[in-house]
Design a protein around this ligand. Structure first.
Ligand code: NAD
Length: 359
């Protein structure tokens, strides 16, 4: 039987609660689909600071490097706000330590949760898009950067937006490959009317597109894309963009769904990928069995699909989530009139039942 090594980084706040649910779901679906998942938990974030003084201990990073995929909960909390080492530094360490250059964030408006969006139902019904954001280049990492003294006692702040052809090419390939298993449309977002780096971006993306003749490519300026996402988001399948634009557009796309507890993400590189919910550690509801575990569970589905290519198992999880929502079960954050409110644990039990019924 095929066996995969999975590292679990539950982290802080609601992390351990939602991770418990996702782990049970993964174990069930692996039994359904005849493969084995070998789970190893490792300290990460605030929990790791308390244990070792470091948010990403070397042993945890080594463990991650040696695994096939990593499922991450969330980190952070007020306890560590004044600590010299912050839990969130662990996230940056993990991204650079594993060379995670592609961030994938789906924004899907589920028919059962259309009312949760702040936009009109006719605008958001059926929205199903994926933002593919470059994660290790651009303005956030380009050199020179800093605040430098100038003549006359004034200072100048500097960041540099820079991309090499190979950096653009590898993220483009992730977007085109993702589109092949979706609706086969890539919208590349840039600011080529103003920025030289965007003109190179557009040229390289267009070149890569020739290798994917089954996928249609459009180009859009970032300001127009921000408007189109609100005006008619259904036009998008895969949005491909650089680091800063992706940071902003992926949050805008997330808001279309109106429910932060439902949104998964994947960060991919050459080695093992990291799969995590978009939300944080929600310290305000931690330990109260009130967290929505579905973003974590859908991140586990992405782990199976993108990380292990176990697409049947990934689809089973997606179907189980749809089924419990159809059955009317809701955690507090997505509760609506006429539905049945359940806690984190009970939602996990409903998912396990749905998985058992689904086979
Ligand atoms: P947050 O996402 O943790 O919470 C925002 C709001 O959404 C809160 O009211 C919370 O209760 C609610 N919420 C979030 N996830 C939920 C879920 N699964 N079910 C139900 N409700 C949910 O953001 P925040 O409050 O700004 O940050 C809290 C901590 O998390 C901070 O320390 C922050 O730095 C950290 N954080 C970590 C990550 C990460 O680990 N990737 C991401 C964002 C924030």
């Amino acid at each position: 039987m095929k066996t995969y090594q999975i590292t679990l980084l539950a982290g802080d706040g609601i992390g351990p609660e939602i991770m418990g649910v996702a782990r049970a779901v993964l174990a069930q679906v692996s039994r359904n689909c005849q493969f084995h998942l070998n789970f190893t938990a490792a300290p990460f974030g605030g929990q790791a600071i308390d244990l070792t003084g470091e948010p990403l201990p070397e042993a945890t990073l080594e463990q991650c490097r040696a695994s096939d995929a990593i499922l991450l909960g969330a980190v952070g909390g007020p306890v560590w706000d004044d600590h010299p080492r912050r839990p969130e530094q662990g996230l940056l360490g993990l991204r650079s330590g594993l060379g995670l250059y592609a961030n994938l964030r789906p924004a899907t408006v589920r028919p059962q949760l259309v009312a949760a969006s702040s936009l009109k139902p006719e605008v958001v019904t059926g929205v199903d898009l994926l933002v593919v954001r470059e994660l290790t280049g651009g303005l956030y990492f380009g050199q020179p950067q800093g605040i430098f003294p100038e003549k006359k006692g004034e200072r100048r702040g500097v960041n540099t937006m820079t991309y090499s052809e190979s950096e653009i090419e590898r993220i483009s390939r992730v977007a085109f490959k993702s589109a092949q298993s979706r609706r086969k449309l890539v919208t590349s977002v840039d600011k080529a009317n103003v920025l030289a780096v965007s003109r190179l971006w557009r040229e390289v993306v267009s070149r890569v597109a020739l290798d994917f003749p089954d996928v249609t490519l459009n180009h859009l300026y970032v300001d127009n894309c921000a408007m189109q996402l609100i005006r008619w988001p259904k036009q998008f399948d895969v949005i491909l963009t650089e680091n800063l634009f992706g940071d902003i557009l992926s949050d805008e796309a997330a808001m279309l769904t109106g429910s932060i507890g439902m949104l998964p993400s994947a960060s991919l590189g050459e080695g093992p990928g990291v799969f995590e919910p978009v939300h944080g550690s929600a310290p305000d509801i931690a330990g109260q069995d009130r967290a929505n575990p579905l973003a974590q569970v859908l991140s586990a589905a992405m782990l199976l699909g993108y990380g292990l290519q176990e697409t049947t198992a990934a689809a089973q999880i997606e179907q189980a989530v749809a089924r419990v929502l159809d059955q009317g079960y809701r955690t507090g954050d997505i509760m609506a009139e006429g539905m049945t409110q359940v806690g984190c644990q009970a939602m996990g039990e409903k998912l396990l039942l749905a998985l058992a019924e689904g086979i």
